[in-house]
Design a protein around this ligand. Structure first.
Ligand SMILES: *Cc1c(COP(=O)(O)O)cnc(C)c1O
Length: 392
């Protein structure tokens, strides 16, 4: 398709994908691809998973949507399930990552106003990505997402990522700060990891100052890193956590979870969403979570991640233009010393779908259902491409 009827937000599309099954995708020309992107960390259970297809079709036959004027049993069941898994207390459902983050930002502002602040401010990080709505692009770092969309939403302060030493000074300079919002692993920013130690320091600092600790797990959530949420690798509990991408395995849904002093801030009339938490999307999310549990996919993500990382380290650690290999579970980054966007196309030509982010970081987000053979196939295709890579 080459229609002129679409806004040109995505540039030229790489191919037309028409079918997916498990970790494999097919285009309209009959080419087959191994999927190491999962629709950007969305299809953790792979494509056309029977349990999800069944849950969606069964629910669509009964009731897809009814509005939040009415009680929705799937929404209640999903809220209880996700609280049970996370240790959080309350959930608001939207339809995307940006919407989940908007809810978190609104929570922080309510919290700030309740604490007597006139201009509640959220501390966000260098290199962050939180979405494309006005508030979330203002919270994101970098002119790339902000340019052309000024005036930005105010009420954000910025600090260095994964560096707690700067906190004291930032806090002393800005008495309006009442929350920290941070990704436990910066995804779009190039698979940059917050250390367990750093997350603990953030928790401690927020407790000392009476701030909310808010985690953006839109990408890291839903089993991607080997725990349901990435913060569960450290023994902290955030006040707010958002997620979306992998929650419904391809059916749009986002969630903002709150605990402790953030749990009861929202009151009737404060916030809402026409579609958020409708019977269809919640059926998909419930089936996704149940499948992650019944197929043991948290453990699987961890094992797969170790297998892929070990393979990459063995084959690439002596390659001079490979700067760093890092990741957790099925969220892996290979940083080169040079921009490498063209590797996306080279990989597709070789039957593999990957992503390049932050200019020079190859990002792998394979489905958690990948077999050992498929993981080895991924390595067998990708390793030579990286080895032979010459500057863009
Ligand atoms: C993708 C992403 C978002 C935005 O999610 P959308 O569903 O595209 O709005 C926000 N935060 C993080 C960490 C993300 O990876």
């Amino acid at each position: 398709m080459t229609t002129k009827a679409l806004m040109n937000t995505y540039g030229k599309r790489a191919a037309t994908l028409t079918k997916g099954s498990g970790a494999w995708l097919w285009d309209d020309k009959g080419n087959k691809y191994l999927d190491a992107l999962s629709g950007i960390a969305v299809c953790g259970l792979g494509h056309s998973h029977t349990a999800i297809t069944q849950a969606i079709t069964n629910q669509a036959k009964i009731l897809s949507h009814c509005s939040n004027f009415f009680a929705i049993p799937n929404q209640e069941a999903l809220a209880e399930k996700i609280c049970d898994i996370s240790g959080m207390k309350k959930v608001f459902f939207g339809n995307s990552g940006a919407e989940a983050n908007e809810a978190a930002i609104k929570l922080a502002r309510l919290f700030g106003h309740n604490s007597g602040l006139k201009l509640p401010t959220i501390l966000v990080m260098d290199n962050a990505f939180h979405g494309r709505t006005l508030a979330t692009l203002s919270a994101s770092a970098g002119r790339r997402v902000q340019a052309g969309f000024e005036p930005l939403v105010t009420g954000f302060a910025r600090g260095p990522f994964n560096d707690a030493s700067a906190l004291e000074k930032i806090a002393d300079n800005n008495p309006n700060i009442c929350a920290i919002f941070v990704e436990p692993i910066q995804g779009e920013g190039g698979i940059r990891m917050a250390s367990t130690e750093y997350l603990k320091q953030l928790r401690q600092f927020c407790d000392q100052r009476g701030w909310l600790l808010m985690l953006d797990e839109v990408q890291t959530g839903n089993g991607r890193t080997g725990k349901y949420f990435c913060y569960q690798h450290s023994d902290i509990l955030p006040d707010v956590v958002t997620t979306s991408k992998g929650l419904g395995n391809g059916v749009p849904i986002g969630a903002c979870l709150a605990s402790g002093k953030a749990a009861d801030l929202m009151q009737p009339g404060n916030h809402g969403s026409t579609f958020g938490g409708n019977p269809l999307s919640c059926a998909a999310a419930l089936a996704t979570i149940n499948t992650i549990e019944s197929e043991g996919l948290l453990k699987r993500a961890e094992i797969l991640g170790k297998r892929i990382m070990a393979g990459l380290e063995k084959e690439l650690s002596s390659v001079s233009h490979v700067k760093n290999i890092r990741g957790m579970g099925c969220m892996i980054g290979i940083e080169l010393d040079t921009p490498c966007k063209s590797l996306f196309k080279t990989a597709m030509d070789n039957g593999l779908i990957i992503n390049v982010t932050a200019d020079s970081v190859i990002r792998l987000l394979p489905p958690l259902i990948l077999t050992d053979e498929e993981a080895d196939k991924l390595l067998a295709i990708l390793v030579p491409l990286i080895r032979d890579f010459n500057q863009d």
